[in-house]
Design a protein around this ligand. Sequence first.
Ligand SMILES: Cc1cc2nc3c(=O)[nH]c(=O)nc-3n(C[C@H](O)[C@H](O)[C@H](O)COP(=O)(O)OP(=O)(O)OC[C@H]3O[C@@H](n4cnc5c(N)ncnc54)[C@H](O)[C@@H]3O)c2cc1C
Length: 465
Amino acid sequence: MVKNIGLFWLKDDFRLKKNLGLIEATKNHDKVVVFYLYKKKKFQNQEAQKWWVGKSLDEFKSRLKKFNINLEIIKTDSYKLFFEKLYKKNDISLYWNRTYEPDYIEFDKYLSKNLEINKINFKIFKGNILNEYIEIKKADGTPFKVFTPFWRNAEKFYLEKIPSNEKKIFKCKKKISFFQNTIETKEIYPKKEWSKKFEKIWTPSEKNAIEELKIFINERMENYSEARNFPYKIGTSKLSPFIKHGQIHVETIWEECKKFKNKGVSKFLAEIGWREFNHSLINYFPYMLKGNYSKKFDKFPWEKNSKFLSAWKKGLTGYPIVDAGMRELYSTGWMHNRVRMIVGSFLVKHLLINWTEGEKHFRNCLLDFNEANNISGWQWVAGCGADAAPYFRIFNPILQGEKFDKEGDYVKKWVPELKTVPKKFIHKPWEINDTKILKIGKDYPPPIVIHENARSKALSAFKKI
Ligand SMILES: Cc1cc2nc3c(=O)[nH]c(=O)nc-3n(C[C@H](O)[C@H](O)[C@H](O)COP(=O)(O)OP(=O)(O)OC[C@H]3O[C@@H](n4cnc5c(N)ncnc54)[C@H](O)[C@@H]3O)c2cc1C
């Protein structure tokens, strides 16, 4: 047991299970303090995230109390400046888990070097990932750019690892405070009333994440492969915000799933595989965080149209499945994956608006926002990503609605003005002739663009690149 103080830098690691950095700190030190660095600028365009982070900090703080550990929040504009002040302390050791974003990986290198120079003990641990991204490469040492061979290799590599014994957090002898000028979570929560709605839908905690996983495995996993496409049913796990904020480790998900042999398991784990793939992509090709992975899209003739963009954001495009998705996002901080693809395709192909605008809006509204999945998801939809959907494959929002929301239940839930519209018209309400049922233009907007025209326009735009 080391006499000095163990400091654990908390990022997206709101869990005790498989929190390697925190566990090691409590193993080595009698006194441990967990600190969270709140960089206001980082959250500038991530309003929904502030709600989840605020809740997670409150919950985790009270859990850590039982282990005699204080959680302290410090507001800072710069990680560099914050850590510089620590270099002068000679009674601390630092611990943290990796965050798989290029900026964090770069900062780890910088910080390690400076801690070494200043003779401060530190240790970095594996974060919320199955494989370190550098472990998975092609035989020639280059990164995978296509999902299927990536996952075949990544899954095999993971399976061949010797399972390590599960370590547990220790109770510290004495609870201490360490930092000055700490802040309360009220400085983090979004000011807008809108986020209050999340209270009724989500409970951000590790306990809840594990419970949700168990319910999903027992009740929904078997039919996951089919049910995952239908937005009205709860067919997926809805674990994404918990995974993003580290309330559950993907290894825990893997271990729990592998206990079951039903047919949904491999499909579900392949989706976790997409998350691994996306993290690998952004770290090997960090330029894609700022623009198109496929450079030929730099010449794409995107259009600027603030009226269209605003109608899309508000769920007022006149296409019910698109509008339902956008309203679900605003009301719940989450959107079904099938609908993410539909609304994304509509923005970039029907409205010819650059995918970066959609990415920005999702970033602001999603509780599960993460750079790897959001940027790659948008570039997949736009056709400019690695292993992306080809640009010329254009989703027809009417047919997508008729196929995946046959009864119109999803649309009616989120677009209540269409509640009385018969099933036959629910995905093309402009065809109703009876104004007693619906007045297009008054009760609900007419379609913002005509599908066939928008499709041809998108295809000729694509020909230009
Ligand atoms: C335009 C667009 C933007 C997206 N932005 C995000 C984002 O910011 N954050 C995010 O976590 N996911 C994003 N996704 C991926 C996907 O839509 C969500 O992960 C999924 O809908 C979350 O719901 P779930 O937890 O019920 O998923 P499940 O189907 O239960 O899947 C389990 C887990 O696997 C991972 N996963 C599932 N689908 C994908 C996928 N297509 N790509 C990568 N990982 C996946 C997630 O971690 C998810 O929680 C985006 C997809 C698109 C098309």
